[in-house]
Design a protein around this ligand. Structure first.
Ligand SMILES: [Zn+2]
Length: 92
């Protein structure tokens, strides 16, 4: 049993170098902004934040920052901000 766990740990180290293996389908998190703490959500491709700016613009500094933090784990079709470097390469 112990030796099989060693193999799993080695595999986990390999996987951790390949973050595109994880594609978020949903999450909810608290986001500590400069003035207030907000709740951000990502659910089946739709972003949401409880701040006033998001209500008017369908995007805000909190969701855009979360997208940058989670990077390639946000599915390509549901990105709100600038494309990732790997996206630009694929367009050329
Ligand atoms: Zn927000």
């Amino acid at each position: 049993m112990y030796s099989s766990m060693i193999g799993k740990i080695a595999k986990a180290k390999q996987y951790a170098q390949e973050p595109d293996r994880i594609q978020f389908s949903q999450f909810e998190a608290s986001f500590r902004g400069e003035n207030d703490t907000h709740t951000i959500r990502f659910h089946e491709g739709a972003w949401n934040c409880d701040c006033n700016f998001f209500a008017d613009h369908d995007a805000c500094s909190h969701t855009l920052a979360a997208e940058r933090i989670f990077g390639i784990s946000i599915p390509h079709d549901h990105r709100q901000g600038e494309p990732l470097p790997s996206d630009v390469r694929n367009m050329m």
